[in-house]
Write a protein that binds this ligand. Structure first.
Ligand code: AMP
Length: 285
């Protein structure tokens, strides 16, 4: 059975729909996505449904956040399937604008969040967070939700968005959603589809390794040693590590020595596929 969901493609239609709900006193949550919907996105929609009367999910593959040699063209697209899954999770409305609606001729504004965007993904993906901050600022202003949910999977992105709404006084609460994983520990990601069968076998080691490092940190080991062992384990398994760091969970400030609280964040390539993941210290399991 396919569940139907109303789809709007213009800001005017989105606002008309939202205004009608607001007139009846309804609260609103938003879940922005780039499509290729999986259980991770669906868990955010379910969480949103528990926080507000109506849920708007958006699908927009944002060209501004892809680098010139990244996978914008190849990024998986399939709106009919995505719409059915979002509806099944409880979304009330899908906002799926075209590029011309988001960035009409003459579009000239960039939102840049400093500091927290430097390092980690910001180091290897220049301009990525400008693209994210610009599109998320637009989506939040277009929709005007009370709350918006972003996955902890993209941990640095979540903190960038929290900074953005504080700095620009955008009246919305930003809430993080827990990372949904495959039974073997691999974090769900649209990009997992790029992995070969052999790479897919290796991929769960990413989570296992940072989880082991989280346990080592919690046991009082110095971050440098724990991360060095983790990096060696990943490289031995065939990963090319982009970054592997322990950072302050709120500010992303660098940490060293023995620490009680941290977030371990990693990005690593398996073949051509770049995977990211992160875990808290102390670890949850
Ligand atoms: P994307 O479509 O990849 O831009 O992701 C849309 C939202 O879903 C972002 O807030 C992501 O952090 C979140 N997300 C992606 N993968 C997962 C996952 N495995 N668990 C939880 N949230 C996720």
């Amino acid at each position: 059975m396919t569940t139907e969901i109303e789809t709007v493609r213009t800001v005017a239609d989105l606002r008309a729909r939202v205004s009608a709900w607001r007139a009846r006193g309804g609260s609103l949550a938003m879940v922005p996505t780039m499509g290729a919907i999986h259980e991770g996105h669906m868990s955010l929609v379910r969480q949103a449904k528990g926080l507000a009367g109506h849920v708007v999910a958006s699908i927009f593959v944002n060209p501004l956040q892809f680098g010139p040699s990244e996978d914008f063209e190849a990024y998986p697209r399939g709106e009919a399937r995505d719409a059915a899954l979002l509806a099944e999770a409880g979304a009330d409305l899908l906002f799926a604008p075209g590029a011309g609606e988001m960035y009409p001729e003459g579009f000239a504004t960039t939102v840049h969040v400093a500091d927290i965007t430097e390092g980690l993904c910001g180091a290897s993906r220049p301009d990525h967070f400008d693209g994210v901050a610009t599109v998320v600022a637009k989506l939040l202003l277009q929709c005007g939700p009370d709350v918006a949910i972003f996955g902890e999977k993209d941990y640095q992105q979540l903190l960038v968005i929290k900074r953005l709404v504080r700095d620009l006084n955008i009246p919305v609460k930003i809430v993080g959603g827990a990372i949904v994983r495959e039974p073997d520990g691999l974090a769900l990601s649209s990009r997992n589809a790029y992995l070969s069968a052999e790479e897919r076998e290796t991929a769960p080691l990413l989570y296992a390794t940072i989880q082991q490092a989280a346990h080592a940190l919690a046991a009082g080991h110095a971050t440098e040693h724990a991360l060095e062992s983790a990096r060696a384990a990943l490289e031995a398994a065939g990963f090319r590590v982009d970054y592997l760091e322990a950072r302050d969970p709120e500010t992303l400030a660098r940490l060293s020595g023995s620490v009680a609280t941290a977030r371990i964040l990693v990005a690593a390539f398996l073949g051509k596929t770049r995977l990211i993941d992160n875990v808290p210290v102390p670890p949850r399991a």
